[in-house]
Design a protein around this ligand. Sequence first.
Ligand SMILES: C[S@@+](CC[C@H](N)C(=O)[O-])C[C@H]1O[C@@H](n2cnc3c(N)ncnc32)[C@H](O)[C@@H]1O
Length: 237
Amino acid sequence: MPDELAFRRVEPEILDGLLRDDPRAVASRRDLRRINMLMFQAGIMTRLLHRHVMQPPRRILEIGAGDGAFMLVLARKLARRWPAVELTLLDRANLINGARLAEFTRLGWRTEVATADVFEWIARHGHRQFDLITANLFLHHFDDATLAKLFAGLHVLAPVLVATEPRRCAAALTLSKLLWAVGGNDVTLHDAPASVRAGFAGAELSALWLRERADVVEEYNVGPFTHVFVARGGASG
Ligand SMILES: C[S@@+](CC[C@H](N)C(=O)[O-])C[C@H]1O[C@@H](n2cnc3c(N)ncnc32)[C@H](O)[C@@H]1O
């Protein structure tokens, strides 16, 4: 691994500082949907959910849900086997429109949108119980100390956490710098490499999760760009 990737480097992402309707933000969220496709994130997450969630879950919490597009792709793949899910989409930005919510309803899933910082929301709702927590391209926003704090909050909310994150490796960094070739804008061309540098390698997330608890964890790379983390044993599990 090149030296610049030996350790995580978490830095602010431009998209997080833009107003919702800023044209640069709108374009960068469109890029994000493309990046999810290029990384096969939805397929990877779906396979993980089938493998790690034994019973159809009744209540799912997605943290850092963004505009809900990623979860809608998952819902379309899962709804037949997982009917009548109660889904909470949590993000500090208010990005989910009525049309997207209607799509979930059409699939038979009930949605609640929580617009809040994840830590403030957990502090207020830590008593609520979910069957599953998912996160896609979210955990890398936080430094290790903050992640340890986040994990403590998530552990009491649900028995399973499944996360698909950027893999911190040379191939992913190279691809992230080439996104101009598929129309990536200036925000994306900053944030994508920043996300890779803040991404994960080895068993970094497991080490943070297991610092305070003895659960079952799995952590590995899938393909050149994705780093997967699964923790089982929180809440009632
Ligand atoms: C890279 S985007 C991923 C969005 C979505 N999961 C997807 O795959 O399209 C990360 C999201 O995390 C949200 N986020 C970052 N920090 C947050 C925090 N402290 N609390 C809640 N949401 C946060 C951002 O607003 C953004 O929508």
